[in-house]
Design a protein around this ligand. Structure first.
Ligand code: ATP
Length: 905
C-alpha cells in the first residue's frame, strides 16, 4: 500500500495539491473514455434525404424534368422546369430544416447529459471536495460509498464492509466483496482483485478510501476499449406511433393517387407523364412530412424548458409519460421536507430537555423542563457539568457520525457536510459543550457499521481513553428498543423494565405527533466482536424538526386539482409521517397509513384492494417500494416514484417515471431514473408533470392542425379532379402549402404556452391514443369545409375569372394556403372557443402565421415567381373573396366545438 502511495507521490491525509493536479492533468489527460465517433456533417445532411418520402419527392422531381423536356413549344426555362426546380428546392430546404432541428435536439440532449455527468469526492489540499469525474488524475484520493459509480481505477486503502458490482468488467453480476488489507498477487484475475476498484463498476455496499492509479483510456475498461453502457438512441412510443401512422397514410395516399392516375387515363385528354407527376406529388403532398421532425424538436425543447426548472429528463420517453402520471409515490425527507434538521427535544434519564437555537448553528441551550438552562460548557471539556446520562448521549451523538459542521464561506451560516440527521446531532452535542472535535480527542474509531435505510441504525466502535472498546449506536427507536436491555439514568444503569419502555415510547409518540423525527441513542461498553449492536444500553431519544419545503403545499394542492394522487413512502415513523402529511394538507379524511411490517403481511390482492386508500407507507424497506409500484401499475395507474438510494434502483426502473434526487441521490439511483431533480424538490416533479401535460397537448394540437389542413388539400384535389374534372392545384402548390406555409404554425403550436386549466383536468387515461374518434371526425370535418371552400371557386367561379381555369386555380391555391393560417388559431384548444382560449394570444403562433402569410404573398406577388407558382395578380374584390372563404374555417370549427361542448354537458 505504502509502495503504491510512494509511487504515486501523494500524502493520503492531504491528497494532491491543485498545482499538482494541473500538472498531472496535462500529463495524463482527462479521465474520459474516447467518445464514440460522431457522424460527419455530410453524412448527417445526406441522412435527411434517405427517407422514403424524400425519395418519392425526388422521383416526382425527375418526372417533372421529363415532363419539362417533353413539353413542346417555346415557353421559358422557368415555366418548363419550374416544377422540378421548386420541388428540388423544397427537398433541400426540408433537408436543411430537418438537419437543423436534429442538431438542435441533439445539442439539447447533450447539454442535459452533461448536467447528470458523474462526479467524484476527492481529498485535495487537505479537504474533501466534489469534482467532475473527468478531472481526476492518478494519485487523487477518492472517498467512495454505497451507490457511487467508481470514477477511475483505484487501489483501496481503507474499506468498511465494502462490495462492488463489476458486471461491466467481469460479467459477474453478484457483488464482489473488497478488503483493502488483502494481499494481491500480480497475476490475479480482475474478478479476484479485492483491493482494487475499477472504472465502470458501482459500489453496492459499505464505504472506502482509495487512491486513483489509472484514468481514462489507461483504465481496465479503457483497455478493453468498450464504452460504458450509454443510453442508446431510443424512439419514444409517441414517435413510433407517429411513424407507423405516417406509413399508413403513405399507403392510403399512394392508393388514392393511383386511382387519380387511372381515372385521368380512362378519361383521356392528358399526357400520362403529366398525370403521373400529379399523382405522385399528390400522394407525397397529402402526407404530413413535417410530423416526426416537429415532434422531436417539440420534445427536445420541452426537455430544455424542464431542465431550466430543475427537472432533468434522462429519457425522451419520460416527457410524454409524465403528462399521464396519475400517482406520485414520494419520499418524505428532503423531498417534501427541507432535510434541514434541528433537534428540538431530548429525553434522557426520564427528563425532557428543550433545545433552543436555529439550524446547524451550535449556539443554543438545552433546558430541562422546569429548570434553568444547562449552560454551555467549555468546548474542550468532555467531563463537563452535564447530568451524566445527557453527557453520554451527547458524546455518543458526536462520535456516531460521518458528518462535520462548518461555516459556509458564501452565506456565513453553519452548514453540514454529510447527513443532515447527523449534522443535527452534532449541533445538539455542540450546544451541550460536546463538540465533535473535542470528544474525538479521547476516542479512536476502530470500526463502523454504516447506516442503511433498511437497517435503520448506525454504529461506531471506538477505543476510549481507558483503552475500552465502546459501541456508539443511533437509529430508529423501534429498532433500537428491541436491541436495548438496559437503560441509563442519572442514578446509574439498570435493566430496562416494560414500564421504562412504555415511558420512552410515550415520549417518542408525543414528539412524533408534533411532526418531529425521533432517533434513539444507545451504547455498549466492551461490545461483542461478532455483533456490537446487541444488549445495548439506551441513553435516550431526541426529536428533530425538519420543516416542510417551500412550495410543496401548493404543489400538493395542484396535484389534487389535477387528479394526481400523492402517496408518501418513508423510512420514518408512521406518527411523524402522518403529522407531516397533515401539516402539508396531504392527509384527507378516510386516508390510511401502514407500516412496512404490516405491508409484508398483506397479500397482493389485499394490497390492491386497499391501495387507493393508503396515503402513507411508513418504515418501509426499499424492496417494498417495488411491491407498491407494482400494485399501482396493476390498477392501471401511471406511476412516478422518487428514490435516492442504491436499493431504490429496481423500483425506479419499474415505475413508469423513476425520479432520482440530483443532490442527495446516489449515482446508481440517478442512472436508473428517467427524471433527475436538480433541487430534490417535490414541487419540481409537479412542475415537470405540468410541462409534460402541456407538451403532450401541444403535440396533439399540431398533429390535428397538420392532418386537418392536409385533409383540406386532399378533399380539394379529389373533388376538383374527380367530380369537376378540372385542373386541381398543381403538385408544387400543394407541396408549398404542406411544407412551407404550414410548417411554421405547426412548430409554433408545439411551443404554445400552456393553458392554465391543464392542471385542473384529470390525467389522460394511460391507454388513450394520441387522437381520439372525436379528433378524427374533426379532421374529416375541417377537410370537407376547407376542401369544399376551394372547390366552390371552381363550381361558382367569380365573374372576373372569365372562366379561366388557371386563374381560378391560383385563387384556390391562395385560399388553401391562407385557410390553415386561420385554422391554426382554432387548433389551440379542442373544446374552448377561440375567444376564451387561455392565454388569449399565443405570440409564437401569431408571429408564425404572419411570416407564413408574408412568404406566401411573395410567391403570389413577385412577378418572376408567378410562372413557377402559376399565380396571377388579383383584384381587391378577389382578395376579399379568397380571404373571406379562408376565414370561413374559423366559424365552421367554432360551431363544431360548440356542439361538442353542448353534448359534453
Ligand atoms: P424518507 O424515506 O422519507 O427519506 P427517512 O429519512 O426517515 O424518510 P431513512 O433515511 O430510510 O428514511 O431513515 C429511516 C430511519 O432510520 C429514520 O427514520 C431514522 O430513525 C433512522 N436514521 C436516519 N438517518 C440515520 C442515521 N444517519 N443514523 C442512524 N439512524 C438514522
Amino acid at each position: 500500500m505504502e509502495q503504491v502511495l510512494g509511487h504515486l507521490g501523494v500524502d493520503p491525509s492531504k491528497g494532491l495539491s491543485t498545482g499538482e493536479v494541473g500538472v498531472r492533468l496535462a500529463r495524463y489527460g482527462q479521465n474520459r473514455l474516447p467518445d464514440p465517433p460522431r457522424k460527419s456533417l455530410w453524412v448527417r445532411l445526406f441522412g435527411q434525404l434517405a427517407n422514403p418520402l424524400v425519395l418519392t419527392l425526388l422521383g416526382a422531381a425527375l418526372i417533372a424534368v421529363v415532363v419539362g423536356v417533353s413539353t413542346h413549344g417555346d415557353q421559358g426555362f422557368l415555366t418548363k422546369f419550374g416544377d422540378a426546380i421548386a420541388i428540388l428546392l423544397i427537398v433541400i430546404v426540408n433537408a436543411v430544416l430537418g438537419f437543423v432541428q436534429e442538431s438542435r435536439a441533439e445539442a439539447a440532449l447533450d447539454a442535459l447529459k452533461s448536467m447528470t455527468a458523474p462526479t467524484a469526492r476527492v481529498r485535495r489540499n487537505g479537504d474533501v471536495t466534489v469534482v467532475n469525474a473527468d478531472e481526476l488524475v492518478p494519485g487523487d484520493m477518492l472517498e467512495i460509498e454505497a451507490g457511487d459509480f467508481v470514477p477511475a481505477d483505484a487501489r483501496l486503502l481503507q474499506t468498511i464492509d465494502f462490495a462492488a458490482e463489476e458486471a461491466a468488467l467481469t460479467g459477474e453480476s453478484a457483488p464482489a466483496g473488497k478488503d483493502a488489507r488483502q494481499p494481491v498477487a500480480d497475476d490475479m484475475p480482475l474478478a479476484e482483485r479485492s483491493t482494487m476498484v475499477f472504472l465502470g463498476t458501482t459500489v453496492v455496499r459499505g464505504k472506502g478510501r482509495a487512491v486513483v492509479v489509472a484514468t481514462g483510456s489507461q483504465t481496465e475498461l479503457g483497455k478493453i476499449g468498450e464504452m460504458i453502457a450509454s443510453t442508446p438512441d431510443e424512439k419514444t412510443p409517441l414517435e413510433q406511433r407517429l411513424e407507423s401512422f405516417g406509413r399508413r397514410i403513405l399507403w392510403a395516399c399512394l392508393g388514392i393517387s393511383l386511382l387519380l392516375f387511372a381515372w385521368g387515363m380512362i378519361k383521356g385528354g392528358r399526357a400520362w407523364h403529366e398525370l403521373l407527376l400529379e399523382a405522385v406529388s399528390f400522394a407525397v403532398a397529402a402526407i404530413p412530412e413535417g410530423l416526426p421532425a416537429i415532434t422531436t424538436i417539440t420534445l427536445a425543447l420541452g426537455m430544455q424548458r424542464m431542465a431550466k426548472k430543475g427537472a432533468v429528463v434522462r429519457k425522451l420517453l419520460a416527457v410524454e409519460t409524465l403528462g399521464a402520471a396519475s400517482i406520485i409515490c414520494t419520499d418524505k425527507t428532503g423531498t417534501l421536507t427541507q432535510n434541514e434538521m434541528t433537534v428540538r427535544f431530548v429525553f434522557a434519564s426520564f427528563r425532557r430537555y428543550r433545545v433552543t437555537g436555529e439550524g446547524y448553528d451550535p449556539r443554543g441551550h438545552l433546558q430541562a423542563d422546569g429548570s434553568p438552562p444547562v449552560d454551555q460548557a467549555p468546548q474542550s471539556a468532555v467531563e463537563g457539568k452535564l447530568p451524566p446520562t445527557l453527557d453520554y448521549l451527547l458524546a455518543t451523538a458526536a462520535l456516531c457520525t460521518n458528518a462535520t459542521l462548518e461555516i459556509d464561506n458564501d452565506t456565513q451560516r453553519w452548514k453540514v457536510i454529510g447527513d443532515p440527521t447527523e449534522g443535527a446531532l452534532l449541533t445538539l452535542a455542540a450546544k451541550g459543550g460536546r463538540a465533535k472535535e473535542s470528544v474525538a480527542l479521547s476516542h479512536t474509531v476502530v470500526r463502523e457499521l454504516p447506516f442503511d435505510s433498511d437497517r435503520k441504525r448506525m454504529t461506531v466502535v471506538t477505543l476510549d481513553q481507558h483503552g475500552r472498546e465502546v459501541a456508539h449506536v443511533k437509529g430508529s427507536l423501534d429498532v433500537l428498543l428491541s436491541l436495548c436491555v438496559k437503560i441509563a439514568t442519572d442514578e446509574g444503569v439498570r435493566g430496562m423494565t416494560d414500564d421504562d419502555r412504555a415511558r420512552v415510547q410515550g415520549e417518542a409518540d408525543k414528539m412524533s405527533g408534533d411532526a418531529l423525527r425521533v432517533l434513539a441513542i444507545a451504547r455498549r461498553v466492551r461490545p461483542s466482536v461478532d455483533n456490537p449492536e446487541e444488549a445495548l444500553t439506551l441513553l435516550g431519544i431526541v426529536g428533530m424538526k425538519d420543516p416542510p419545503r417551500a412550495g410543496v403545499k401548493e404543489a400538493i394542492r395542484t396535484c389534487r386539482d389535477a387528479g394526481i394522487r400523492i402517496v408518501m413512502i418513508t423510512g420514518d415513523h408512521p406518527i411523524t409521517a402522518v403529522a407531516i402529511a397533515r401539516e402539508l394538507e396531504l392527509w384527507t379524511d378516510g386516508d390510511e397509513a401502514i407500516t412496512g411490517s404490516e405491508l409484508s403481511k398483506m397479500s397482493e390482492d389485499e394490497l390492491r384492494a386497499r391501495a387507493m386508500r393508503l396515503r402513507i407507507f411508513a418504515r418501509t424497506t426499499a424492496e417494498q417500494k417495488l411491491r407498491i409500484v407494482n400494485a399501482f401499475r396493476a390498477l392501471d395507474h401511471v406511476v412516478a416514484m422518487t428514490g435516492d438510494g442504491v436499493n431504490d434502483a429496481p423500483a425506479l426502473k419499474q415505475a413508469h417515471i423513476g425520479v432520482a434526487m440530483g443532490r442527495s441521490g446516489t449515482d446508481v439511483a440517478r442512472q436508473a431514473a428517467d427524471l433527475v431533480l436538480a433541487d430534490d424538490n417535490f414541487a419540481t416533479v409537479v412542475d415537470a408533470i405540468r410541462e409534460g401535460r402541456s407538451i403532450y397537448r401541444n403535440i396533439q394540437k399540431f398533429i390535428f392542425f397538420l392532418l386537418s389542413s392536409n385533409a383540406g388539400l386532399a378533399v380539394a384535389v379529389f373533388v376538383v379532379s374527380f367530380i369537376k374534372g378540372a385542373l386541381p392545384p398543381t403538385p408544387l402548390q400543394i407541396l408549398w402549402i404542406n411544407l412551407v406555409t404550414n410548417g411554421l404554425p405547426a412548430l409554433a403550436l408545439g411551443v404554445d404556452p400552456p393553458d392554465p386549466g391543464h392542471m385542473k383536468e384529470q390525467p389522460r387515461p394511460s391507454k388513450a391514443g394520441l387522437l381520439g374518434a372525436r379528433d378524427f371526425f374533426g379532421v374529416g370535418f375541417v377537410g370537407v369545409v376547407m376542401g369544399l371552400a376551394a372547390a366552390g371557386l371552381y363550381v361558382f367561379p367569380p365573374e372576373a375569372a372569365h372562366g379561366d381555369i388557371g386563374f381560378i386555380r391560383a385563387m384556390a391555391f391562395t385560399l388553401l394556403a391562407l385557410s390553415p393560417l386561420f385554422h391554426a388559431f382554432s387548433c389551440r384548444s379542442q373544446t374552448r372557443s377561440i375567444v376564451s382560449q387561455r392565454p388569449f394570444i399565443s405570440l409564437p403562433l401569431l408571429l408564425a402565421c404572419v411570416i407564413s402569410a408574408a412568404v406566401h404573398l411573395v410567391a403570389v406577388l413577385v412577378p418572376a415567381l408567378r410562372p413557377v407558382f402559376r399565380t396571377f395578380p388579383m383584384a381587391e374584390s378577389e382578395w376579399f373573396l379568397v380571404i373571406g372563404l379562408s376565414f370561413a374555417i374559423i366559424p365552421a370549427v367554432e360551431i363544431l366545438k360548440a356542439i361538442t361542448r353542448a353534448r359534453a354537458t
